[in-house]
Design a protein around this ligand. Structure first.
Ligand code: TRP
Length: 911
């Protein structure tokens, strides 16, 4: 009695407040909500709100301007959502019966239909907050029990809309199906929690799945809502990081649009991508499936997101031909004991909830008699009742219809996933309320150690307990919400296995779950138990075929050596690959994309060719140099009896000439397409040529140096002339050459140079070059040449002031200097050029040093032989007589030297 009076008083006060609000500010009713659902709030101390999509959509009204503002009507009965709702009722019922949770009070519920639309969800949310249909924000006026929390709404878009409103009041909301990753944001959605894992985890799981099967090339389809868009966005980011290309990215229209759906279907059909990832709710997806069923598409593997993986709306026999083999993720499933019995305990006669009538009529395809009268008053078969529109059946329901006679999603308890999630959501709230209830004053969590009152708490107080939820459900699953609003992620990997008798079963073939205590996630799949829709399973997909096609076209089919590297989808990033629309693959190593980037063409092969200007010039210079040397040799032969030629050790001179011809001609080995033999020949002949040349020069200079020493000591001691045997010179020359031949032989045997295709230094070209085999050997080979050159230089330098009129030592010194300068400048030039120019630089160095030696050693002699024959006498060459021609190259300060010229001429005389 007291209770009733209290209620009347409260209602009165609220009404007064209401009137004040309305009268004081002249308010006008601008619209009415039209909400349907289930209410059970009487005789309960607290109620929990619920938002469920009992209908698939609202009826699209394109005549909104002319009509007064009216809440939209809904259509398409959703049996699945009714099952979810029944799970909520079941859980509440269970909790009310249990003595260990909330023993002092019982819970009631208030459930609204969201019609899977945002507007209806918002209507319902406002109604929750205000407790009445004509809402005044910021007040809750309701005669019934206070609302503790809300569960729902189904889809993420709906939850986002409602969570924004509930968040204003910090009103607790627990989502059971809304998985969109943005809902994890505590800042935007401060009072939202959920019992389904976030999609960021699911998108990662998809990426792992794609990597697992090595699919290089996939298409994506997203629902036009937060769920689809964010899901695919995270998936794409993840998958592109792993080098997978996205063939196409389509968005399903929100409002049915035939043209658009057909465009998407043709995209799926025509694309070479055989794997399609669909992030959508079953409701948004069914028009697409309907359209696909009209084509005879096969060979595509669909990957399903958790919202449609086990949906009866999609798993219809007429789709099996193309949906068999689908692989998808599904949230955790459970068998809820006693739930089936509870589900069957529904009958229009047991209550007055209009949705139950509609359910009965839809399930048994009949019309409930009491409803029928209402419909036929306006003689229309299209009737509007309970806020939804439907075609009514001419048969009347008897009330004796049996669930066992029909196959219905509602009664199917084989895949209780979202249902289980709803159950957990209710338990989460009940547990938080229980924690709030058992709080001990004085050590409570609120200011001053206070506790909240179970019947009069503030939303944020319940929120406090919800965030700290930590309990286990009957399945032993632990529910905690860590730092974010999310529970730990877990997915079953289900495969749609198609059986001949036109049934399909969802077989668990793996799972995606945490391996290290909630931090690291891993996909485990049993490949062998998968049913594939495509003939070759996942192995050969279109792109591989295309690549094989390409290879066949280029006559290089070697299936197992084909390496595929898939790069990012953006054309701008596809510089070394061919791309077709947004697909792109890397061409095989010898190929390169054409200018249109739609085909692989053979890469240009670069080397210094014999028919290009640079090559021709270099060959010409080499031949010119060699002919000059030969000309000098002829000259020497012609003037072999003259003093100058005789004085210069004819046989050594001849050897030097041979070696110079040799070095000039090696440069020809550097031009033209490198072959293994030419790679070997070029280094060896060069090293041998130089070592022969330098050791002959060394032979000469050593003798000259010794002569100088002897001359000096002779000057001092006035002793008898020393007779140097020309044999010594030859021994020196032969030793030098032998050592070099030894090095070369070992080099050729152990690590011979070979042709090498350099593909790294330039993308667009293959540079054909010689690989030296072993740098150590190469260096010791040329190092030996350098060593000889240094010796030549030093010995010649010592002997440069010998007092003969034709001072060969001085010219050798010059020659060596030129040689050094050329090779020293060669190093940086060589290192800073690429490709064929590198070879050209090397040839230049060879030519320049050879010309240097030729110029310094032979040109002065040629000058004397040809132009100043009068100086080609033993007296002048030997330095006994002075010349008066100052400009002659042979003149030197040593003309007046007192050295005994006969000594010198003896040294130089040939045998
Ligand atoms: N996860 C979906 C979302 O966030 C909602 C969802 C899950 C759903 N299962 C479903 C919607 C089944 C419809 C049907 O939007």
């Amino acid at each position: 009695m007291d209770h009733n009076i209290f209620h009347i008083l409260v209602t009165l006060v609220i009404h007064l407040q209401d009137q004040l609000l309305v009268c004081g500010q002249e308010c006008r009713l601008i619209g009415k909500f039209d909400l349907h659902g289930f209410v059970e709030s009487k005789n309960h101390e607290l109620i929990i709100g619920g938002l469920f999509p009992f209908h698939f959509r609202t009826i699209y009204n394109n005549d909104t301007e002319s009509e007064e503002s009216r809440s939209l009507k809904c259509e398409g009965f959703n049996f699945r959502a009714l099952r979810w709702t029944r799970a909520m009722m079941f859980a509440i019922d269970e909790i009310n019966k249990r003595m260990d949770i909330l023993p002092r009070i019982t819970l009631g519920y208030q459930i609204f239909d969201t019609c899977f639309t945002i507007s209806k969800s918002v209507e319902a949310t406002l109604t929750f907050l205000t407790g009445q249909n004509e809402t005044h924000p910021n007040f809750r006026c309701s005669a019934g029990a206070p609302l503790a929390a809300v569960i729902g709404a189904g889809g993420s878009a709906l939850s986002i809309a409602t969570a924004r409103i509930l968040g204003l009041y910090y009103f607790p909301q627990v989502g059971y199906a809304s998985s969109c990753s943005v809902l994890s944001d505590n800042f935007q959605f401060p009072s939202f929690l959920r019992t389904i894992p976030s999609d960021s985890m699911q998108s990662n799981a998809f990426a792992s799945l794609v990597s697992h099967f090595g699919w290089p090339w996939v298409g994506t389809i997203a629902a036009d809502d937060d769920y689809g868009k964010y899901g695919i966005k995270v998936f794409k980011e993840e998958v592109e990081r792993r080098g997978v290309c996205i063939a196409y990215s389509e968005t399903l229209p929100r409002i049915y649009n035939k043209v658009e759906i057909e465009r998407i279907v043709s995209k799926i059909v025509s694309s070479t991508a055989n794997v399609v990832i669909i992030f959508s709710s079953d409701i948004d997806l069914s028009p697409l499936m309907e359209a696909i069923a009209e084509t005879n598409i096969t060979g595509k593997t669909f990957l399903s997101s958790e919202a449609w993986t086990t949906s009866a709306l999609i798993a219809k026999p007429k789709y099996f031909s193309f949906l068999g083999g689908t692989i998808g993720f599904a949230i955790r499933k459970a068998e809820i004991p006693g739930f089936q019995k509870f589900l069957l305990d529904i009958h229009p006669e047991h209550g007055t909830d209009d949705l139950v009538y509609e359910f009965w009529e839809e399930a048994f395809n009949c019309t409930w008699p009491t409803q029928r009268g209402a419909f036929y008053t306006n003689m229309s078969i299209e009737a509007t009742v309970a806020g939804r529109q439907r075609n009514i059946s001419p048969t009347l329901c008897t009330g004796k219809e049996k669930f066992s006679d029909i196959l219905n999603t509602y009664t199917d308890v084989s895949e209780l996933r979202i249902t289980y999630s709803v159950y957990k959501a209710i338990y989460t709230i009940a547990n938080a309320l229980h924690q709030l209830d058992i709080c001990v004053p004085g050590i409570g969590p609120f200011p001053g150690g206070s506790c909240a009152n179970l019947l009069e708490f503030e939303p944020w107080q319940l929120m406090y307990y919800l965030r700290r939820a930590d309990f286990t459900v009957f399945t032993n699953e632990k529910i905690t919400f860590r730092d974010t609003a999310d529970v730990a992620g877990y997915y079953d990997v289900l495969n749609w296995q198609w059986h001949d008798n036109d049934t399909i079963s969802f077989v668990k073939v793996g799972e995606y779950s945490s391996v290290v205590d909630g931090s690291k996630y891993e996909l485990r799949i049993d490949n062998n138990s998968i049913f594939w829709n495509t003939q070759n399973g996942q192995k050969l997909n279109a792109i591989t075929y295309r690549l094989i096609g390409l290879c066949v076209r280029y006559g290089m089919i070697e299936l197992d050596t084909i390496k595929l590297f898939f790069v990012r989808k953006y054309l701008t990033h596809c510089t070394d690959s061919f791309s077709d629309a947004r697909e792109c693959i890397t061409c095989l190593s010898d190929y390169w994309s054409n200018t249109h980037k739609n085909e692989c063409v053979l890469k240009e092969v670069e080397f210094l060719a014999t028919d290009e200007a640079l090559g021709i010039t270099l060959i010409f210079l080499a031949v010119f140099g060699a002919s000059l040397v030969i000309a000098f040799a002829i000259l020497y032969i012609m003037y072999r009896e003259t003093a100058l030629v005789k004085a210069n050790c004819r046989s050594l001179s001849f050897l030097i000439q041979v070696s110079l011809v040799c070095t000039f001609m090696t440069s020809i080995f550097f031009v033209g397409k490198p072959q293994n033999w030419s790679c070997m020949a070029r280094q060896i002949t060069l090293a041998l040529g130089f070592s022969l040349c330098l050791s002959c020069i060394l032979g000469k200079t050593i003798v000259l140096m010794l002569a100088k020493r002897a001359a000096k000591s002779k000057l001092a001691e006035k002793s008898s002339p020393i007779n140097f045997k020309p044999l010594y010179q030859k021994i020196v020359a032969a030793t030098g050459l032998t050592i070099q031949v030894g090095i070369c032989t070992v080099y050729l045997i152990l690590t011979p140079p070979f042709v090498y295709k350099n593909m790294e230094s330039q993308n667009i070209k293959i540079i054909l070059e010689c690989n030296e085999g072993s740098i150590e050997f190469l260096c010791s080979m040329f190092g030996f040449d350098v060593f000889l050159a240094i010796l030549c230089f030093l010995t010649a330098f010592v002997a440069r002031k010998l007092p003969d009129n034709f001072n060969e030592a001085k010219f050798i010194t010059f020659g060596m200097l030129v040689f050094f300068i050329v090779w020293i400048s060669f190093v940086p030039a060589y290192l800073s050029t690429r490709g064929k120019f590198k070879v050209a630089v090397e040839i230049f160095a060879i030519l320049a040093s050879s010309f240097g030696l030729l110029g310094c050693i032979y040109v002065p002699k040629g000058y004397i032989i040809l132009i100043k024959p009068e100086r080609n006498t033993e007296e002048i060459v030997g330095g006994k007589a002075a010349t008066n021609d100052k400009s002659a190259p042979a003149t030197s300060a040593s003309i007046t030297s007192e050295v005994n010229s006969t000594t010198i001429s003896t040294i130089a005389l040939d045998d």
